[in-house]
Design a protein around this ligand. Structure first.
Ligand code: 8YV
Length: 328
């Protein structure tokens, strides 16, 4: 297509369910006809269905649950749904395919930020960062002492990576720099594991038995729902640390809280929770968990890149090309 033809084509109308970073909204206004909700959203599914009549594309986030019914309620004008997330557990992809919607996500661009925050919560859990912060902020610190706040070194510990995709590999690479030995479980061994000197385990159970620190980096699916429970926690070495920056649904919160309270697990570092934004209040009463409110991809650079990725996918679709991050 010539530049002139591209210029004369009507701009795709994009219904955006949440406020996005300024640079992303600026590009939306320049290259698309956006419908933006100034109050920051999230707008409910009823409103999406009603407003979507005026749009050709829908830009959603992980907060919008796109069930089969939600897709069925969308008007025919909508051709593509772009989610500002790599995870697609909030989207019924089969229903989207059956009903003829294209769906895209945002892979790659959030790998580093999510791997970074995994090391943050891992260190926070291993080094008792919450306890230190709390005592300091409450004015209760009486001074340095040789036996105070003693945590655990990461160096020499075995890191079990459950789910050796892009983020799992980036976590492993960082953990190697901290002197950890990498073990992993994945549906299949991955070629990249060799450069990480990572040992493959063909079952989850085998991985759990060697994981001094376990990092969950698998998607939230029916198969991984409550994969971490009383039974599987019991397979882990004494004093193990659990880290979850993937999806809250992978962990049975009650089982984890029990294990943290009893000392079966040393500590946990969590960035995600089942049923967000609700969080099991049991986590608030214990000191040996370092918790963050789903901040894995929350950097300016990464959220911009995620937004641009959504826009690239929508633009590709409406210029007759295959969207680069198409998942349905
Ligand atoms: C997103 C995430 O920020 O991309 C994902 O799958 O979990 C987060 O990094 C969140 O889903 C917002 O849509």
């Amino acid at each position: 297509m010539t530049e002139n033809a591209a210029e004369s084509r009507p701009r795709p109308r994009v219904l955006v369910t949440r406020r996005l970073p300024a640079d992303v909204e600026a590009r939306l206004r320049t290259e698309f006809s956006p419908l933006l909700y100034e109050d920051g959203g999230p707008i409910g599914l009823d409103k999406i269905a009603a407003e979507a009549e005026k749009a050709d594309a829908l830009l959603i986030t992980g907060s919008e649950k796109m069930t089969g019914d939600a897709f069925a309620a969308l008007p025919k004008s909508i051709r593509i749904v772009a989610t500002l997330s790599v995870g697609t557990d909030h989207i019924d992809l089969d229903a989207a395919r059956k009903l003829g919607f294209v769906v895209t996500n945002t892979p790659d661009v959030l790998t580093d930020a999510t791997a970074d925050i995994t090391l943050l919560v891992m260190l926070g859990a291993a080094r008792r960062a919450y306890e230190g912060q709390k005592i300091l902020r409450e004015g209760r610190w009486t001074g340095w002492a040789p036996t105070q706040f003693l945590g655990t070194d990461l160096r020499g510990k075995r890191l079990g990576v459950l789910g050796m995709g892009r983020i799992g590999q980036a976590v492993a690479a960082r953990a190697r720099a901290f002197g950890m030995k990498i073990h992993y479980h994945n549906r299949r061994p991955v070629a990249e594991a060799e450069a990480l000197a990572a040992t493959y385990h063909d079952t989850v159970e085998s991985l759990l038995r060697v994981s001094d620190v376990l990092s969950l980096n698998c998607p939230g699916t029916p198969e991984t729902h409550h994969l971490i429970n009383d039974r599987t926690i019991d397979m882990m070495p004494p004093n193990a640390i659990l880290v979850n920056t993937a999806r809250g649904s992978v962990v049975d919160d009650e089982a984890l809280i029990r294990a943290l309270k009893s000392g079966r697990l040393q500590s946990a570092g969590l960035d995600v929770f089942e049923g967000e934004p609700k969080v099991n209040p049991g986590y608030f009463d214990i000191d040996n968990c370092y918790i963050l409110p789903h901040m894995g991809s929350a950097t300016v650079e990464t959220r911009n890149a995620m937004g641009f990725c959504c826009l690239d996918n929508i633009a590709a679709y409406f210029s007759g090309q295959e969207p680069p991050a198409r998942v349905a």
